[in-house]
Design a protein around this ligand. Structure first.
Ligand SMILES: [Zn+2]
Ligand SMILES: [Zn+2]
Length: 257
């Protein structure tokens, strides 16, 4: 198994002591784990915690611009360290959000150093007067734009919207079709239970859309745990062999986009 989504304690929401070395040790000691991609949050690299958790940068990207140099000075040594760990089958990735102007929370100059770029929706500005239909439309527009922004994987595709309203199979089908058209993978993410994952897996298998398996580990107790993934695949009436697993070109050497 390859874990394409794992955090270290560089991410504010992750447990202290969760280091790249911990993951390297897991790969070397657990024969079932072939490789791990470290995908820390752009928001944690580019913003101090008190700015990050306000989420204002999502609707005001000038905050990102003013933090860019500070974030770059943190991201450069982080990625340099991970680059040296490829020999340990620990690879550099990153998890970003898309801001209101379509830019991602990463300086573009670093994209070539990252083997897998995960784009996720963690927060969208809310309007208390908005009805459910408008929330769905706004999320759908944002997600489709994110899928076309140069990411490799859409992280936990239906987590945010599933917390707002029930997600129909028709909506799942539309997003999986968009993934097929854009050539990106959809993620089966083990950090939270999302009932839509079963529908997503079935449509991905039907349409041959790649699925990226990620634990999204934030705690030492979560690393290398694929139990949610196997249970969800079984619930979908599928086996691992029925699914087209995501495979980035950069597994053994850096990819140059
Ligand atoms: Zn995420
Ligand atoms: Zn994550």
């Amino acid at each position: 198994m390859i874990d394409f989504h794992a955090h270290t304690d560089m991410s504010y929401c992750a447990e202290s002591g969760l280091t790249p070395e911990i993951y390297a040790n897991l790969v070397s000691t657990n024969p079932k784990i072939d490789a791990i991609y470290i995908t820390d949050h752009g928001m944690a690299v580019y913003f101090p915690a008190e700015i990050a958790w306000k989420w204002e940068y999502i609707s005001d990207s000038s905050i990102f611009d003013s933090q860019r140099d500070w974030g770059n000075s943190r991201l450069a040594p982080h990625l340099a360290k991970l680059a040296k760990m490829r020999v340990n089958k620990v690879f550099p990735g990153f998890e970003v959000e898309m801001m209101h102007d379509g830019r991602l929370t990463i300086d573009d100059s670093f994209r070539k150093e990252i083997d897998i770029l995960i784009g996720s929706v963690h927060y969208l500005p809310s309007d208390p007067l908005e009805n459910k239909r408008d929330v769905l439309d706004r999320w759908s527009r944002h997600t489709r734009q994110l899928m076309n922004s140069g990411i490799d994987v859409l992280g936990h595709p239906f987590r945010w919207i599933s917390n707002q309203l029930p997600v129909s199979k028709d909506i799942v089908h539309q997003i999986v079709m968009e993934a097929k058209n854009t050539g990106i993978a959809l993620e089966l993410n083990g950090h939270f239970v999302v009932s839509t994952d079963v529908d997503m897996l079935q449509v991905c298998a039907e349409l041959g859309v790649p699925v990226s398996i990620g634990t999204d580990s934030h705690k030492l107790s979560e690393i290398g745990d694929f139990s949610y993934h196997f249970a969800t695949i079984e619930s979908a009436g599928l086996s691992l062999a029925d699914i087209k697993l995501f495979s980035p070109q950069g597994t053994l050497c850096p990819r140059h986009k």
